[in-house]
Design a protein around this ligand. Structure first.
Ligand code: PHE
Length: 452
């Protein structure tokens, strides 16, 4: 269990099945579940969105995750190299290049938001958030996010931690920490959900959250749900593919994909049960956007015994959950620069990390100094999020499905999945989904969502 194995191509592999599952679940579970999911649900009409979200996970997300893990394991290298190895000479490396680009874009704003989380951890520890009214909590968040310097420092700290871990590889420390922290995160989320749904006036929020109002569904909501699935499951940019490249041949990929996705869904739904009822109980608007959790949660903690401690712990866990995702985001471009440009790991991690830090600065400033500079009607941070989650990732997923369905072939892919005695019972429906359903549905949603 403890030793990392090396396979015949001399590539590192996961030390244990649990290690891989936790790392992949760590990549999936992050700000996407706790920050982005409640935000998007709040902006997209509650229950109906959740229905769409689940539908898309099962029809698109899980089949694609199986495909990405399999390409990764077959390619056994960075994502650009993996496509080149499976189909030499073709243009397919371009899918990998898009993924490398997405790694830069996503991590740049991801780190800004994670930085707010670290700031909140310290604010709780130092008692600056004690006994807040919701209105005050909005002011405090506004002051932090709109300040020109403070959030950049937290952003730098978060990037430094991410770079630090990637330099030393995904080491036992993080694997072990996730094993302890992920269950604590789950328990804490559960306790908070109970507190939140029992607040005065929370029932209205619970009902809003679980009652599907299908009239709220339009092509924009569908595109939003699609982007949320890709973002939350780390799909469409090669993060899961990269993790698949360290998999041993014995691993049962379909069951791993199922487990990772179910864990991800569970945490997201639970986060919704904390945030949404609290929003209603405190008379806030559910469509507040990226600030939502930073405004509602301190008010929830304020109404609990040991609120400061619980608040600090929550934001500590949020930081850790974000960190295990950020590592996978940084690892995609880093692996590329190591393999293809022959940089060493230290140089690749530091240079890529610094570029990402710089790229994050406009996202941070868009909450204050630059809030009047809109891109396609959005603040820069929202624009970066929209551009990557709703465009780059689904396009990456579309091209990956075409690659599997029509270039490498679902037959070859299934052979790779079943190589070492694994039986993939659902291979026929999976093949039909990847070959026909995914390309058609993704293309349709992308086109109509963008022009609509
Ligand atoms: N899935 C991560 C989250 O939910 C974000 C992420 C997206 C990580 C894409 C890797 C790749 O926070």
């Amino acid at each position: 269990m403890e030793n990392k194995h090396e396979n015949h191509e001399n590539r590192e592999q996961w030390g244990s099945r649990l290690g891989f599952i936790l790392a992949a679940a760590g990549s999936a579970i992050g700000l996407g579940n706790i920050w982005r999911f409640p935000t998007v649900v709040g902006q997209s009409g509650g229950g109906a969105f959740i229905f769409l979200y689940l539908l898309i996970i099962f029809v698109i997300g899980i089949p694609l995750m199986i495909g990405e893990l399999t390409i990764g394991r077959r390619g056994k290298r960075n994502i650009v190299g993996a496509f080149q190895k499976i189909k030499p000479g073709g243009p397919w490396w371009f899918i990998g290049a898009l993924g490398v680009l997405a790694g830069f874009v996503i991590l740049s704003f991801y780190s800004v938001i994670a930085g707010w989380g670290i700031a909140y951890m310290f604010k709780f520890l130092t008692g600056q958030l004690t006994g807040l009214e919701p209105g005050q909590s909005a002011d405090i968040f506004g002051a932090l996010a709109s300040s020109p310097v403070e959030p950049l420092i937290w952003h730098a700290i978060f990037m430094a931690m991410t770079i630090g871990i990637v330099i030393f590889g995904i080491d036992k420390g993080i694997e072990r920490a996730s094993k302890i922290m992920m269950p604590i995160l789950f328990v804490l989320l559960f306790v908070l959900a109970i507190r939140s749904v029992t607040l005065d006036g929370a029932m209205e929020g619970v009902l809003w959250y679980i009652t599907p109002d299908f009239s709220a569904i339009n092509i924009q909501t569908i595109l939003g749900a699609l982007g949320q699935v890709f973002f939350s499951l780390s799909l469409g940019m090669g993060a899961i593919m990269t993790y698949g490249s360290y998999l041993p041949d014995e691993e049962n990929i379909p069951s791993a994909a199922m487990f990772i996705s179910l864990a991800d869904i569970g945490i997201a739904i639970l986060a919704g049960f904390i945030i949404i009822p609290a929003v209603f109980a405190f008379g806030l608007e559910p469509n507040a956007g990226p600030a939502l959790i930073f405004i509602t949660l301190p008010a929830v903690f304020g109404s609990m015994p040991f609120g400061n401690l619980v608040g600090a712990l929550f934001f500590l866990l949020l930081t850790i959950a974000a960190l295990t995702s950020a590592i996978s985001l940084l690892e995609v471009p880093v692996a590329y620069f190591i393999d293809e440009l022959k940089w060493n790991r230290l140089k690749a991690s530091v240079i890529v990390g610094i570029v990402i830090f710089l790229l994050g600065i406009p996202s941070s400033l868009s909450q204050g100094l630059l809030s009047n500079n809109l891109f396609f009607g959005m603040e820069f941070l929202d624009f970066m999020d929209f551009f990557s989650s709703n465009l780059l990732l689904p396009i990456g997923g579309l091209l990956t499905a075409i690659f599997i369905g029509w270039v490498w072939g679902t037959r070859n892919t299934v052979d790779e999945i079943q190589k070492k005695g694994v039986h993939f019972g659902l291979r026929s429906p999976w093949g039909i989904i990847v070959q026909f359903v995914l390309p058609i549905v993704l293309l349709y949603i992308l086109i109509t969502g963008l022009i609509g």
